[in-house]
Design a protein around this ligand. Structure first.
Ligand code: HMG
Ligand code: MG
Length: 297
C-alpha cells in the first residue's frame, strides 16, 4: 500500500442526520459542522436541498449553511436533486453540490420519484448552472452493489450510470453501498467496471456499515487506487428510502485504519472522537464508532 494521502468527505450533517426521526435543531447542526471543520476535515456535506415533504429533517439547509462560521480551507457541500435545489444551495453559499441517482430503477423511483433516465435529464440544466457558477458537482450512484427492491446490481449497470454522470460533467462520482451489504470481492468487481469509464482519481466510495463490512470494503477500494472516501462521525446515517440500512462507516474508525496504513488524512482523531461522543449524546444514540467507544474507556 503506497504512502500518500486520502481525502475524507464527511457525511454526518447530511446522511448522518437525514434519517433521524426527531427533528435536530439548526443550532446543533451548525455546532456539529463547526466541530467537524475544527477536527481538520476539509470536505463536509452540510445540508440537503430536497423537498421538505420528502425529508423534513433537512428543511433548514439554508439556515444551517448561512449560520456556520466558515473555515476558509473547508468546502461545505449540499445535496441538490434538481434545479430548484441548486438555486437554493447557491443562495445559501454552498461550495459544492451533489446530484444523486441510482444504478437500480426501483430505488431511484423510491428515492427521487423518477426513472434513472429522467433523473439524468434533470441534472443537465443543473450542471450547466453549476458550471456557470463555478461550483463543482459530485454525482452519487446509489445501490452500487445491492438494491433493497431488486437485489444484486450488476457492475455493468453501475458503470453505465457512473459514465453518464461523468459525461454530463460531474467532477467526481461517489459509489454508494446504500444498503451496506457489500463485501470486498464485489467492491473490486464493481470498481473494475466503473474505472473503465471514469478515472479512478475521480471516484469516491460511500459505504454504509449494516453488515460490518465497510472497513474491509474500504481496504479493498484503497488497494484498487481509491483515495476519496465518504464517512460519518459516530457512524451516523441512513437513507429514508433504503429500509434496514444502517449508518455510514464511522469517520473515527476510518481515520484509525488510514493512520495504521500510513495514509495521511490531515484529521485529528482525538478531536473526531470528542465530536462523535458529543453528537451521540445530543441524539440520545449509542456511539456507532468502535474507536469512539474504545477511546472512552
Ligand atoms: P417530486 O414530488 O416528484 O417533485 O419529488 P416535484 O418536482 O413534483 O415537486 C413537488 C413539490 O416538491 C413541490 O412543492 C416542489 O416545490 C417541491 P409543492 O408545489 O407541492 O408545495 N420541491 C422542492 N422543495 C424544495 N427543494 C427542492 C424541491 N424540489 C421539489 N429541491 C424530489 C422529487 C427529487 C424533489 C423528491 O423526491 C425529493 O426531495 N427526494 C429526496 C429524497 C432524499 O433526500 N433521499 C435521501 C438522500 S439520497 C441518499 O441518502 C443516498 C446517498 O447517501 C448515497 C447512498 O448511500 O447510496 C447520497
Ligand atoms: Mg448514504
Amino acid at each position: 500500500m503506497p504512502t500518500d494521502s486520502v481525502t475524507l468527505v464527511e457525511m454526518a450533517p447530511r446522511d448522518g442526520l437525514q434519517n433521524e426521526a426527531l427533528l435536530v435543531s439548526t443550532a446543533i447542526k451548525i455546532e456539529l459542522i463547526e466541530r467537524l471543520a475544527r477536527s481538520g476535515l476539509t470536505r463536509i456535506e452540510a445540508a440537503s436541498f430536497v423537498s421538505p415533504k420528502w425529508v423534513p429533517q433537512m428543511a433548514d439547509g439554508q439556515a444551517v449553511l448561512l449560520g456556520i462560521k466558515r473555515q476558509p480551507q473547508v468546502s461545505y457541500g449540499a445535496l441538490t436533486p434538481n434545479l430548484q435545489g441548486l438555486k437554493a444551495a447557491l443562495v445559501a453559499g454552498a461550495d459544492q453540490v451533489a446530484v444523486f441517482t441510482a444504478a437500480s430503477e426501483s430505488f431511484c423511483q423510491h428515492n427521487i420519484n423518477a426513472s434513472i433516465a429522467t433523473s439524468l435529464d434533470r441534472f443537465a440544466p443543473l450542471l450547466a448552472l453549476a458550471k456557470q457558477s463555478q461550483i463543482p458537482v459530485r454525482g452519487y450512484v446509489s445501490t452500487a452493489l445491492d438494491c433493497p427492491y431488486e437485489g444484486a446490481v450488476s457492475p455493468t449497470a453501475v458503470a453505465k450510470v457512473a459514465r453518464d454522470l461523468y459525461q454530463l460533467g460531474c467532477d467526481e462520482i461517489s459509489l454508494g453501498d446504500t444498503l451496506g451489504t457489500g463485501t470486498p470481492q464485489r467492491v473490486i468487481a464493481m470498481l473494475h467496471a466503473v474505472s473503465q469509464e471514469v478515472p479512478m482519481a475521480q471516484l469516491a466510495v460511500h459505504f454504509h456499515d449494516t453488515y460490518g463490512q465497510a472497513l474491509a470494503n474500504v481496504y479493498a477500494a484503497l488497494e484498487q487506487g481509491i483515495r476519496i472516501i465518504d464517512s460519518s462521525v459516530a457512524g451516523l446515517g441512513g437513507c429514508p428510502y433504503a429500509p434496514g440500512a444502517a449508518g455510514n462507516l464511522a469517520t473515527e474508525d476510518l481515520v484509525y485504519l488510514l493512520e495504521g496504513l500510513g495514509l495521511k488524512t490531515g484529521v485529528s482523531l482525538a478531536s473526531l472522537v470528542q465530536t462523535g461522543r458529543w453528537i451521540s449524546t445530543q441524539l440520545g444514540r449509542r456511539n456507532g464508532s468502535k474507536v469512539g467507544l474504545a477511546w472512552m474507556k
